[in-house]
Design a protein around this ligand. Structure first.
Ligand SMILES: [Zn+2]
Length: 309
């Protein structure tokens, strides 16, 4: 049995060049943070969303957070990838029975599209995307403020509710790595807020939650910023050679909390160095995003969009 408590959080590797839409790259990039923790990234060649996906192993079960933006198991072989990773983990760490839980940071389409690939898999639970099912699965009795434990077998995750981007958004603290998974609520990109009251309250609680734990990395699910402060790649971009890494610090998370306070009174787009808050529908700004993306395609700045012949 692996001791997931001693010495945690243990250091891992994040010195990785994430694939960001170069020709010929894999549909799914696999990165081992440590032997029990995998960070996957869907290629921008299969979806411009290029979400990050997390696979955490415990003594009794593994949990997969999110299933990507593409359903098709040929274009996006998530099930085959996860099966292989579990198989090799079990070869190194034999177990008589081993469960897989497929859960989500939140229920938006680019995080649940591959759920169907896990239908019928033995010893597997797929948690539905709806808030009611998520609360039920993790055992919340006081959503969203409660912090509930979820035990992978000696690796006990702490889960709390952070609605605002989506009604079923959760944050997950993993004591083994010190990762704080924040889904689409905090990441280096456009933070779309659909329920600002809930978002504000979530950020206040999340900042306190993070400050009270030895968080090593705040891990979201996308990258949309460039390395130029305040400059994002527009919606739909398929090639991001100048993107920053996905991991953020607790100081940056607190900056998001402070920004959420500043932006609370005024719906619209609020640009900060490392992220952008979209308070409300922001229709004009979204139209501008699409125009920028179209311009980048026409001028060849976004080179990886398939050329129509
Ligand atoms: Zn997303």
């Amino acid at each position: 049995m692996i001791d997931f408590a001693a010495g945690a959080p243990v250091p891992g590797r994040l010195d990785v060049r994430w694939q960001h839409g170069d020709a010929g790259e894999q549909a799914i990039q696999i990165h081992a943070y440590d032997p029990h923790t995998y960070v996957l990234r869907q290629s921008k060649l299969t979806s411009y969303e290029a979400p990050f996906i997390y696979l955490l192993f415990g003594n009794d079960r593994a949990i997969l957070f999110d299933t990507g933006a593409t359903a098709d198991p040929v274009a996006f072989p998530l099930r085959a990838t996860v099966d292989e990773l579990i198989e090799s983990w079990l070869a190194a760490n034999p177990r008589e029975r081993y469960q897989l839980v497929v859960a989500h940071t939140h229920g938006h389409g680019d995080h649940v599209a591959g759920d169907g690939q896990f239908a019928g898999r033995p010893d597997t639970v797929v948690v539905p995307r709806e808030a009611e099912a998520v609360l039920d699965f993790f055992g919340f009795s006081d959503w969203p403020a409660e912090v509930v434990g979820y035990d992978l077998g000696g690796r006990v995750l702490e889960v709390t509710g952070i609605p605002g981007h989506h009604p079923a958004s959760i944050a997950v603290y993993d004591p083994w790595t010190g990762f704080l998974l924040t889904g689409d609520t905090v990441y280096p990109g456009r933070l779309y807020v659909f329920d600002y009251t809930a978002f504000s309250a979530s950020l206040e609680r999340l900042a306190e939650f993070a400050a009270a734990r030895p968080v090593t990395h705040v891990m979201g699910c996308h990258i949309e910023m460039s390395r130029t402060p305040g400059r994002d790649y527009p919606v739909g971009t398929r090639h991001q050679p100048d993107e920053p890494p996905p991991q953020m610090t607790v100081a940056q998370l607190i900056a998001v909390r402070d920004a959420a306070r500043l932006a609370a009174a005024s719906p619209g787009v609020h640009v900060f160095d490392d992220f952008i808050i979209y308070h409300g529908p922001c229709r004009a700004a979204m139209a501008g995003q699409l125009a920028r993306a179209q311009w980048n395609r026409l001028t060849g700045r976004d080179r990886c969009v398939p050329v129509r012949r």
